[in-house]
Design a binder for this molecule. Structure first.
Ligand code: AMP
Ligand code: GLY
Length: 432
């Protein structure tokens, strides 16, 4: 079997690594990165170059294409591939709107009574009306640019003045370009976040172990919002009752709603949940695997991962049996100084060779320079520790031990990934 994975970050490295567990699979990755090149043949085509990706898949008789990032999904890569009879994992363009337009996602949730924060949407033409509205609201409030903004389109504002400043950036300075033509103003929710991934074929679905991301750049959730600085799974904060509620009130309604509206969702539905005192509510949907959560979550799966992705693309999930191994996994991101703002690239990475049992290093932003591996992004590596007995504390210890062996100029990472879950585990242990 020949599989093409599209993307070049830590998520795609973890997907390639998981697919490689099946014997007899030849893996290609476009555009990949230095780390991925040890497990897949690198294809030098950008992940949003749908035309050349299709040509590559045709020429090389690719049996299954797996899309990592959201941009090609938003551009309709699945529609294009399927119209040419090529099997591909991911949602079509209309279903991808659950991520590519926050206004669409909120309206969809209202139509299908999916629990989420109360919200109103405004267009750029309604700037004045929005300012009046903001004057009469309680704070904090959440402002979200409608379109894709690489995780940077959301801001939590503490006052009408803050909100005005943020709107100036979105509507006048147009920092998000077209993605900021509309905004969603949303009630601020309090609680613990959980990322729940449902892989679906448009009818059946399987839910993977829930994870928690750490979005802020600094320890104890200080600093700027990032694409994610680390994750752990399974999250002890999501109990069975809440998970059952998320299945029936979120996942099944998305499957039913997208189907009824004529664009059945296939692929990975990422439910970004807030576990509030009023029960779980949707913070956001993504239409692909999350990064860095996937780097940890895929370590938990014993059954065939390529089989899971193929069953989603094939509409045959009803006969797929997910098997989990009962471990716990923690991923810590090593980032470049300055991230999520300006950072330098081209720093040599050392210490990648060691093979500490129970750890893996996935590359997010790296490039080959002869025999050297250089940094080429804000998020550079995802260092994953996995504990077979299911202890998040032990998994975190492994990840941090492995991190100590790795160096590059300007490297930084958070020291508290999983900390709250570890404290929670300890308390639970004491009360047994
Ligand atoms: P999003 O891109 O929608 O996931 O938002 C990024 C981050 O902003 C989320 O992971 C939350 O931490 C935070 N956030 C978004 N919406 C809300 C909300 N309504 N209430 C509280 N925090 C939020
Ligand atoms: N971990 C957040 C995301 O993938 O969007």
């Amino acid at each position: 079997m020949k599989v093409l994975v599209i993307g070049g970050g830590g998520r795609e490295h973890a997907i390639v690594d998981a697919i490689a567990r099946d014997k007899g699979v030849t893996i290609y990755c476009a555009p990949g990165n230095a780390g991925i090149s040890s497990q897949a043949e690198i294809v030098n085509i950008k992940s949003d170059d749908v035309f050349h990706l299709l040509r590559f898949a045709d020429d090389n008789k690719i049996d299954l294409t797996v899309v990592g990032p959201e941009q090609p999904l938003g551009a309709g890569i699945v529609d294009t591939f399927e119209s040419r009879g090529k099997k591909i994992f991911g949602p079509k363009k209309l279903a991808a709107r659950l991520e590519t337009s926050k206004v669409f996602a909120k309206e969809f949730m209202k139509r299908w009574k999916i629990p989420t924060a109360a919200s109103r949407s405004f267009t750029i033409q309604q700037h004045k009306e929005l300012l009046d509205y903001l004057g009469g609201e309680k704070y904090p409030l959440v402002l979200k640019a409608d379109g894709l903004a690489a995780g940077k389109g959301v801001s939590i504002v503490e006052s009408a003045r803050d909100a005005e400043g943020e709107l100036e950036r979105i509507f006048v300075k147009k920092v998000f370009g077209g993605a900021g033509e509309r905004v969603v103003v949303e009630e601020f929710m309090e609680g613990v976040e959980a990322s729940v991934f449902a892989v679906t074929d448009g009818r059946d679905y399987v839910v993977l172990p829930a994870a928690q991301d750490h979005k802020r750049s600094g320890d104890n959730d200080t600093g700027k919002n990032t694409g994610g600085m680390g994750a752990f799974t399974p999250t002890p904060f999501l109990n069975q009752g809440d998970l059952d509620f998320i299945k029936s009130a979120v996942i099944e309604r998305v499957i039913e709603g997208t189907s009824a509206e004529g664009y059945p969702f296939r692929g990975c539905l990422y439910c970004g949940m807030m576990l509030t005192n009023d029960g779980p509510k949707v913070v956001e949907f993504n239409v692909r695997f999350g990064d860095p959560e996937t780097q940890a979550v895929l370590q938990m799966i014993d059954s065939s991962v390529v089989g899971l992705l193929e069953a989603s693309a094939d509409r045959s999930l009803s006969s797929y049996r997910l098997a989990l191994n009962g471990s716990a996994s923690v991923c810590v991101i090593a980032a470049s100084k300055g991230y999520p703002d300006y950072h330098e690239n081209g720093k040599e990475i050392s210490g990648l060779q060691s093979t500490l049992a129970g750890t893996k290093v996935f590359h997010s932003g790296s490039t080959l320079d002869g025999v050297r591996i250089l940094t080429s992004g804000g998020r550079v590596l995802g260092v994953v520790g996995t504990d077979p007995s299911g202890s998040i504390g032990a998994a975190a210890q492994l990840a941090y031990k492995r991190l100590e062996q790795i160096r590059f100029d300007g490297m930084f990472y958070r020291h508290d990934i999983g900390k709250r879950a570890i404290e929670f585990e300890a308390k639970k242990g004491n009360s047994l």
